[in-house]
Structure formats: structure tokens, C-alpha cells
Design a protein. Structure first.
Length: 380
């Protein structure tokens, strides 16, 4: 294959030193302490994409979808390392070599394995830091409550572990259904989630909310969960993943989807969500700084069903935030301005994700970040 394989210079021995830093987004305190789930803005070693192919639901619009994936691959690999999981590495290699500059290609590693679909956020590893080595949490992915076939995607983490792609200690939690898009971490012991998703049918019954809270806090070594009880997007298959609605941008800042149109079907639920967010408090009992994002433009499928477009589905990288756009210049620019308020030190890079919502996801859903030092030197 033509891609140059980029290898990290970080080793496990160096990891402890690398992780000692002051949080650039929030209070000046180190996140290097006990085992914990780092925030997404914690320094990253790279990002994973799981590439679309002819045997996925993208088949009828595969070329258009791959254009979006090439754009994501470019913007990620220009800045960080990129792992691409695909059953067709030769095809992806040829496609990228035709489109990407050499300096981007040098940051890309392809790994061959079978896949059902492309949603790396939900089938990818969730990584803990703070121990002797990173902890790679492998939860069960069952197609968002058995809505879609997911057996191959549920094997991806184990396949990555077997191929020694990542540094870390593999931890099996395959008896618990949990998707990465369903939880947000502030890096300091607080988890933000939605009760509608974690308590949805065909996930973890008969566990109660209290059971799930106790189990999740224990696994990710967090201290508390903030449960959002309201908010949804029409056309969403995930049962209201938090990454479509409200996102931590720093330990004291949350960006969220705001609906001001009283005639919109989302108004009541998103207004109730906004009011509940106002009641949440940081660990030092201060109200969160809330940054409203505009309601994304209405988009529909060929049957007239509304699609779940959302500006909250952005990816935080080391110095950049990749933000989905939806072909409405005024709303897209408004969302960029609002997001810049939450990320004053980051560049906001827009990526047209109109094709992604046709399969009911967006940019963040397609990606999974790995903290610094996690991508293995031996990855090839």
C-alpha cells in the first residue's frame, strides 16, 4: 500500500510526563491524577475513522459519502494522526493518495477488518488515563438498541487490540451496552448524559437508572452524572445521544442546541432541556456558562422525513474544532460564531455534513479521538 505509516514517538514510559499539563480550556489544574475519563479537549495522539463501503447502508450514495470522509480525513491528518478502519484498504489508499498531500498521508494508518457501518464514536474504544498505562474500555455496541446489525462493528475494538494498534490495557465490558456518543466528560469527574438514551429499550434492561449510574461511575472512575431528561432530534436513531444536544467545551462551559421557533416540533423538548441545563451546577456549585447553538436548518429525506441535523455534533481536536455544516450560509456562520465563543483558542473548521445526516448521524458520530500516547508505536 502506498501510504506512509506514521509512528508516534511517545512510549508508555513517556506517557506520565506527557500528560502533565494545565488544561487550556478551563481551570488551571492538571488532569493527570487518578484514573479518569479525560475530556475531549485533552491533548490527543489521533483520531479514528471507520470508512464507508459498498456493504454498508451508504451503498446508494457511497461516492458522495466518501467525498465527506476524504474531507474529514484531510482536516484530521493535517493536524493529528489518523487511524482508518476499513475492509478495503487498497481502495481507501488509492482514493486518499489521489486527493491528499504527502504531509497528510504520512499521518494516516490503515487497518483492515470487517465492518457493518461507519459510526466510530459508538463502536470505538473509550479511553481512561491516569494509571500505569491507558485503559481501553470495550463496551457492547448493539446497533443502538438492536435497531441495526452490528456484530462486526462490535468486534472492532477487540480486533484493534489484537493488532496492537493502541497502547493500553484492554478492559472487557461487553456485558454493558454503551455508546461513546451517549456520554460527555468534563475531565474532572463529571459525566453528562441523557436518561432517554441510557434507559432506552434493548440496551441494559432490567437495570434501573440508579443501577446504571453506579455501574458507569465505577467503570469510568467518575464522581457524578448529570442526567438530561429532555431533548431530542427528529430522525435520530440513537435515542437522544448527548453529542447531538449538549457538549462540554470546558469544565464550566456547555454548548447546546437552542430552538427559538415555537412552531418547530423540537421547541418544547429543547426549551425544557435548556431550562434543565440552567439548573446544573459545577462541582464548586457555580452555574455553567451556557453557549447556545442555533437550530440547524431543516433537512428531509426522499420520503419527507426530517433528518437529525445538529451543530452540536462537532469534534474537538488539539488546536481545532471540526464543525458540521448543512448548506445554510447564514445558520452555518452563526453556529461558527457561537462555537468560537466556547473555543476562543481553537480554529473552527467547517465540514459540509449534509450527506452524513442522510444516515442519521454527523461529524462527531463518525470519529473517535485517542488521548496523547495511546496510538502505539508498533501500529502499522
Amino acid at each position: 500500500m502506498g501510504l506512509t505509516y506514521h509512528r508516534t514517538t511517545a512510549s508508555i514510559d513517556d506517557l506520565t510526563m506527557e500528560l502533565r499539563f494545565e488544561n487550556p480550556q478551563g481551570p488551571e489544574q492538571s488532569e493527570m491524577r487518578n484514573i479518569h475519563l479525560p475530556a475531549e479537549w485533552f491533548p490527543q495522539s489521533g483520531v479514528q475513522l471507520t470508512w464507508p463501503h459498498q456493504d454498508t447502508d451508504w451503498a446508494s450514495i457511497l461516492s458522495e459519502c466518501e467525498e465527506c470522509y476524504v474531507h474529514m480525513a484531510l482536516e484530521i491528518s493535517l493536524r493529528e494522526r489518523l487511524i482508518i478502519v476499513t475492509p478495503n484498504p487498497d481502495h481507501v489508499s488509492t482514493l486518499l493518495e489521489e486527493r491528499l498531500p504527502k504531509r497528510a498521508l504520512e499521518n494516516i494508518t490503515l487497518h483492515q477488518m470487517p465492518t457493518n457501518d461507519t459510526w466510530a464514536r459508538d463502536h470505538g474504544f473509550i479511553t481512561l488515563l491516569g494509571g500505569e498505562a491507558p485503559t481501553l474500555l470495550d463496551f457492547k455496541f448493539n446497533g443502538w438498541g438492536e435497531k441495526f446489525e452490528a456484530a462486526l462493528d462490535n468486534e472492532i475494538c477487540r480486533n484493534m487490540n489484537d493488532q496492537h494498534i493502541l497502547n493500553g490495557v484492554y478492559e472487557d465490558h461487553l456485558d454493558l451496552v454503551l455508546e461513546g456518543g451517549s456520554i460527555e466528560s468534563d475531565g474532572h469527574g463529571t459525566i453528562l448524559t441523557t436518561s432517554q438514551c441510557l434507559l432506552a429499550p434493548h440496551r441494559n434492561q432490567p437495570l434501573t437508572q440508579a443501577d446504571l449510574e453506579e455501574r458507569l461511575l465505577s467503570i469510568v472512575h467518575a464522581q457524578r452524572i448529570l442526567w438530561l431528561d429532555h431533548g431530542y432530534l427528529a430522525g435520530d436513531d440513537t435515542d437522544s445521544h448527548i453529542d447531538t444536544l449538549a457538549r462540554f467545551c470546558s469544565p464550566d462551559t456547555i454548548a447546546y442546541v437552542q430552538c427559538l421557533d415555537t412552531e418547530d416540533e423540537h421547541y418544547d423538548e429543547l426549551h425544557l432541556m435548556e431550562e434543565q441545563l440552567k439548573t446544573f451546577r459545577t462541582t464548586d456549585n457555580r452555574p455553567y456558562r451556557l453557549v447556545p447553538l442555533p437550530m440547524a436548518p431543516k433537512r428531509y429525506d426522499e420520503d419527507g422525513m426530517r433528518l437529525p441535523s445538529t451543530y452540536a455534533n462537532f469534534l474537538i481536536m488539539n488546536e481545532t474544532v471540526l464543525m458540521p455544516t448543512y448548506g445554510d450560509k447564514e445558520l452555518d456562520e452563526q453556529a461558527i460564531r457561537q462555537l468560537q465563543k466556547a473555543f476562543a483558542k481553537h480554529d473552527i473548521v467547517p465540514i459540509d455534513c449534509q450527506v452524513l445526516i442522510q444516515q442519521h448521524g454527523s461529524l462527531h458520530c463518525c470519529t473517535m479521538q485517542f488521548p496523547v500516547g495511546v496510538i502505539a508505536q508498533s501500529a502499522k
